[in-house]
Structure formats: C-alpha cells, structure tokens
Write a protein that binds this ligand. Structure first.
Ligand SMILES: Cc1cc2nc3c(=O)[nH]c(=O)nc-3n(C[C@H](O)[C@H](O)[C@H](O)COP(=O)(O)OP(=O)(O)OC[C@H]3O[C@@H](n4cnc5c(N)ncnc54)[C@H](O)[C@@H]3O)c2cc1C
Length: 254
C-alpha cells in the first residue's frame, strides 16, 4: 500500500505550486561505473513535467530529512513510471539511497521542478556538463524537432560513463566525451578541452550548462569569450566540489 506523502512534502509542493507524491521504487541498478538508474512508480507524468525538469527526493540525512534534486531521464505514462540517472561517484544521501534501496521502498517526490527547458527556436543546442547531467541532456535532446542539431560536450569520470542514447531521425548529433583522467572535481581543464575541440555552427544556438559549480562558471565565461550572449546560455550548477548540496537540494552559490 502506498502511503500519503509527508506533510512537509505536501506543504513544499503547495508553496512551489507543484505536486507531492509518495512513489514506489520499482528498480535500482547500475548502468555505468558512476551512474545508477532509479525507476519510480506513482504520478509519473505529473512529476516529470517537460524535458529539462527535475524532481526533489526526500532523503534521510545524518540528522534530519533533506532533499536532493534529480533530472527526469524518461517517463513511461503507460506504466506510470519515471527514471532518474543518479551519480554514485561520491558519498552522500542521494548516492547512498539509490545504491541501497529495494523494490517496494517508498520515497516522497516533489515536482516538477526547474525552469530550464529546451529553447524551441534554437537551430542548435549545445549541452555542456558532466556525468550527472547526462539524463537531463538526453531527455532534452530527444525532444528536439528535426532538423535540429545537438552537441554534447561532457566530462565523464570513466570512459564507460559515456552512455549513448537514440534520437529522432533527421537530427545532427555530435558527442565529445572528455575523460576526467583522475583530475579532481572542480578542475575545468577537461570541459575547456572539449569546448576548444569544437567549432560552433554559424546559425543561432542555445547552450545548456549543467554540472559542477566552478567548472560550469568557467565554461560559461569561455562560451561568452567565443561570442555567445548571456541569453544564449542556460546555466544551472548541479553540485559543488567539496561541499554537500544544501538541504533544499541546491549547491551554495556564494
Ligand atoms: C536541478 C538539479 C538537477 C540535478 N540532476 C541530477 C541528475 O539527474 N543526476 C545526478 O546524478 N545528479 C543531479 N543533480 C546533482 C545532485 O543533486 C547532486 O550531485 C547532489 O549533491 C547529490 O546529493 P548527495 O546527497 O548524493 O551528495 P551531497 O550530500 O550533496 O554531497 C556529498 C559530497 O559529494 C560531492 N558530490 C556531490 N555530487 C557529486 C557528483 N555528481 N560528482 C562528484 N562529487 C559529488 C559533494 O561535493 C560533497 O563533497 C542535480 C542537481 C540539481 C540542482
């Protein structure tokens, strides 16, 4: 029997004008050295929103309940399930949950969250980030109408984290995966190398930067140096090297 969500989740969802539900774990399994896929059942379409949206998971921290945000990778309306691709490269309540949960476990979800969606007017879409952004990037790119172009510049922790996906026929797809090669989190060298290796198409594009706080800030500057305007860059820090995300799921911004 699925229980009602906790009152704190209901209150949060009401404040954000989104949905709260208690979802059931259907499956959790590794899909690469650094990513697990979590499949959850319950109010999936309501929570999943649009490509680019994420959900907040309610998790037990050391001392209190806290929330972590994960982009929706896919939604299956028929089976009322959604999937998340969750990084397990580090130790934290989110990473621990996905590796320890079992089918039938229940967890509160609040969503859909997030304001960055695909720009439907862009001719090309540049996705820049790290392993934990792959789920968001692939869901967004799978919604691009042909003829469009998606370019992925993603720093992966291990070569086998360079997961692939299938896209609509008629799309131009370019993937540049840069191996982290043991560089510490927050080192922008890999992402900058990936950007340097690529010439941007001439027509109008939109860049989406999802990843580690400092690295994404450096990537944003690099893109502006190469002529992209601030409006052409959709930026979201997903995590921050050396610091746990705050209890509401966001990395600190100072
Ligand atoms: C809008 C949004 C969408 C997101 N979507 C996804 C997603 O689809 N998939 C996903 O995996 N993550 C996603 N994230 C990032 C995820 O929420 C953070 O990585 C979060 O810190 C994980 O929580 P945790 O409890 O496991 O670790 P925390 O308790 O937050 O952190 C513990 C330690 O781990 C480090 N750490 C945290 N994340 C990483 C990482 N990815 N790689 C290396 N070290 C890390 C921290 O620096 C800290 O030292 C998203 C974040 C936001 C804000």
């Amino acid at each position: 029997m699925t229980l009602a969500p906790d009152q704190s989740s209901i209150d949060l969802a009401a404040r954000l004008d989104v949905h709260a539900t208690r979802s059931e774990v259907v499956r959790a399994a590794p899909i690469s050295p650094s990513l697990w896929e979590l499949t959850l059942r319950g109010a999936a379409s309501l929570l999943a929103g649009q490509p680019g949206n994420d959900v907040m998971l309610s998790l037990q921290g050391e001392k209190r309940l806290l929330r972590r945000r994960y982009s929706v990778r896919s939604v299956d309306e028929e089976n009322d399930t959604l999937t998340l691709w969750m990084s397990t490269r580090h130790v934290g309540p989110g990473a621990t949950f996905v590796q320890q949960c079992s089918p039938g476990d229940q967890i509160d979800l609040v969503g859909p969250r997030g304001k960055i969606l695909l720009d439907p007017l862009a001719d090309w879409h540049l996705f820049v980030g790290d392993t934990c952004a792959l789920g968001a990037f692939y869901r967004m790119a799978q919604s691009i109408e042909p003829p469009g172009r998606a370019i992925f510049i993603v720093e992966v922790d291990e070569p086998d984290d360079a997961l692939t996906a299938s896209f609509r026929e008629g799309l131009g797809i370019t993937g540049v995966f840069v191996n982290r090669d043991g560089r510490p989190p927050g080192d922008p060298t890999g992402v900058l190398r990936g950007l340097a290796a690529f010439s941007f198409p001439a027509d109008t594009g939109q860049a989406y930067l999802f990843g580690e706080f400092s690295t994404m800030n450096v990537a944003r500057m690099a893109l502006m140096d190469r002529g992209l305007s601030a409006e052409q860059i959709s930026f979201k820090a997903f995590w921050r090297a050396g610091q746990a995300n705050q209890d509401q799921g966001e990395p600190a911004r100072d």
